[in-house]
Ligand binder design. Structure first.
Ligand SMILES: [Zn+2]
Length: 356
């Protein structure tokens, strides 16, 4: 059975109670529209000031039921293996006891399993295919139907958020300024949503975080920066801060792309490859790796926001962003979900063991 919101919170409390020396519970500052607080579990035996951090998100999209369970499961696996002094095996992908110790003693893993608790509760009790959060429908839209509630949190981040101003009119950017869009409403302003601001808070208050992984379903694929346009490594001035590109950004088949330094692109692809290898070892499924731009441009996503921060704020940490799209359906039977959970766990440990 999939965990509900209360069970995810008790799991976090229980893991901290059993493994107090290797965990810390973090309470984000902003309560949701329905008054909920979903917490983070930091795993690591050393102070987060002394080690590099990885922020791992689950449940951003309400109907994607597997990722929150995967994050809780990974935390439980890691902590148990560490306390018993054993390794971990996921199919043919395995990690030694020394590797488990390396993760716990050498990193800070910030597990944020249920970013959108209102949405998960609604998806699990009222409308299984609900994707957005539960922001009330704006005044004047009350008669537009139930889909006028909610914001797509993965279009709400302050990265090229205003797509009508920042992308070419003919760019096929997948977001919407219509509150009644049942899938991809970007929200009334950038970072308008408490759930979005909680992620910004996690990044702001933990400068150790050098990697962000937002776990979604279902394609499957492992995506790296950028999602706004095709990557290019040769023209630094062609970037998201350049207003001269606002009229042309996101177009397919033109010469303009989003700048990413060659070294960053190289690292992003290499780490994604390690994750994909680990996934494949579980039961042979090849997720594949691509830039988030893939087939169409996006705006306001968590992965690009995370990576954009050090360009806009010189004091900010450089944080590479990933989106793992796991599995092939949103709510598979739990027997299948358990396989996907192993794939996600294997991938996240591969990332943790290959960052440096
Ligand atoms: Zn999603």
């Amino acid at each position: 059975m999939y965990l509900n919101v209360a069970e995810i919170e008790s799991a976090i409390s229980n893991l901290h109670a059993v493994y107090p020396g290797a965990t810390e519970v973090l309470t984000p500052p902003h309560t949701t529209h329905e008054g909920r607080t979903a917490r983070l579990l930091r795993i690591g035996s050393r102070s987060a000031h002394d080690v590099d951090g990885i922020l791992i998100l689950g449940g951003v999209h309400a109907r994607e039921w597997v990722p929150p369970d995967a994050l809780v499961s990974l935390g439980a696996d890691l902590l148990e293996a560490h306390s018993l002094g054993t390794g971990l095996g996921y199919g043919s992908t395995s990690y030694t006891a020394a590797q488990v110790t390396h993760v716990i003693d050498g990193l800070a893993l910030f597990l944020y399993p249920c970013v959108n608790p209102d949405g998960r509760a609604y998806s699990q009790t009222a409308d299984a295919m609900w994707r957005k959060n539960r922001r009330p429908a704006p005044a004047g839209h009350g008669h537009g139907g139930p889909s006028c509630a909610g914001v797509d949190l993965n279009r709400n981040f302050a990265f090229l958020w205003d797509h009508t101003a920042k992308f070419a009119p003919d760019a096929d950017v997948h977001t919407s300024d219509n509150p009644c869009d049942p899938q991809m409403y970007r929200g009334p302003s950038a970072a308008s949503e408490p759930e979005t601001r909680n992620i910004v808070w996690a990044l702001d208050t933990h400068p150790c975080i050098r990697w962000l992984v937002d776990v979604h379903s279902a394609v499957p694929v492992i995506l790296h920066n950028w999602g706004s346009d095709r990557n290019q490594t040769t023209s630094p001035s062609d970037n998201f801060r350049n207003p001269a590109l606002d009229a042309v950004r996101g177009r397919k088949d033109d010469d303009i792309g989003e700048f990413i330094p060659y070294q960053d692109l190289n690292t992003a692809v290499e780490l994604a490859g390690h994750m994909n290898d680990a996934v494949r070892g579980v039961r042979g499924v090849d997720y594949g790796v691509e830039a988030a731009y893939g087939l169409y441009p996006t705006s306001g996503t968590s992965d690009d926001y995370a990576y954009s921060r050090h360009f806009t704020t010189p004091t900010a940490t450089k944080t590479l962003g990933y989106t793992i799209e796991c599995g092939t359906s949103f709510q598979p039977p739990y027997r299948e979900a358990e396989h996907i959970i192993r794939e996600v766990s294997a991938a996240l440990l591969a990332l943790a063991l290959n960052v440096h």
